[in-house]
Write a protein that binds this ligand. Sequence first.
Ligand SMILES: *Cc1c(COP(=O)(O)O)cnc(C)c1O
Length: 364
Amino acid sequence: MKRPFNFGSGPAMLPLEVLEQARDELIDWRGSGMSVMEMSHRGKEYMGIHARACSGIRELLGIPSDYRVLFMPGGATSQFAMVPMNLFRGKTSADYLDTGVWSARAIDEARKFGRVKVVASSRDGGYSRAPAPDEWKTDRNAAYFHYTPNETIGGVEIFPIPDTGGVPLVADMSSNLLSRPLDVSRFGLIYAGAQKNIGPAGVTIVIARDDLLGKSLRETPTLYDYRLCADGDSMVNTPPTYAIYIAGLVFEYLKAEGGLAVMEGRARQKAGILYDFLDSSDFYETRVARENRSLTNITFRLKDETRNDEFVKAAESRGLLQIRGHRLSGGMRASIYNAMPVEGVRALVDFMKDFEARPGQGVD
Ligand SMILES: *Cc1c(COP(=O)(O)O)cnc(C)c1O
């Protein structure tokens, strides 16, 4: 089956193998006579699926035993509120690094719950780089330090894990979790909406160090309390069962492919092809600082932006979908998560060369 290459930032491509397995199991999951969608979340079939999804991500990331894995609904955006509600723990302020649209949204939401100190911001530079650690004004008494290691919209990624001393490090990894191995022990809490690099929309993964839980604000809703979620095995209410099932299949697929080191190799290869081409071009450009070039979301522009619509249309006709940048940043964006094959990136570069070679006409 020939599928187009979908460069959408999320919901994004899933591995074909996973979709095929889900198709084969759609109506009758392994002889149960039921679709996973129809199962009781307390029944033994679903409980097994749930437990395997949990152990699957633990194994992939090598998550230490003092960390809890939570499957929560609401998307990464709901974590913008849950993080301060759960992690202020009686302290007076939290530190936030502002590197793009997503960190700015996290900051605005956190301000509803307590004092936020922005340690540094790259807003004035149009979010084309991340401020370096020596520019951060951090507070040793902060409740936690929040950052967005990969700004999905700007295509700005921070590679070294910040050293925050004793202040718990909190990361929104919605668009780069599972793109490479990760030392989870460096973090207090990691969260990621699934629909970028993990599975379908509807479930958010939270990985939290156990000792940080249990000190939520008094008015925290039951469903927003990490401790209650952890103690209830992510089943305080009905969890997004089908999304968790598909995420579990993705974890199995990633393990079968060789794990996260293999994913990192592929990500570097794919991103390298695209950035090398952009660097060699007089027709396209990327404005992201070299040390912050995202491996998963590559933003670029045509130098002649009057041809943007023509570019997007011509790309679609070649089976290269959703290449337009976010409406807040403009330009183009190629999201190349785990499920994007290297052939997709090669096809994009070939298309970009062809488009450049035929000025004013497009390639239809
Ligand atoms: C997509 C995204 C979000 C928002 O995710 P929702 O699931 O739509 O709430 C937040 N942070 C980052 C880094 C993202 O990429």
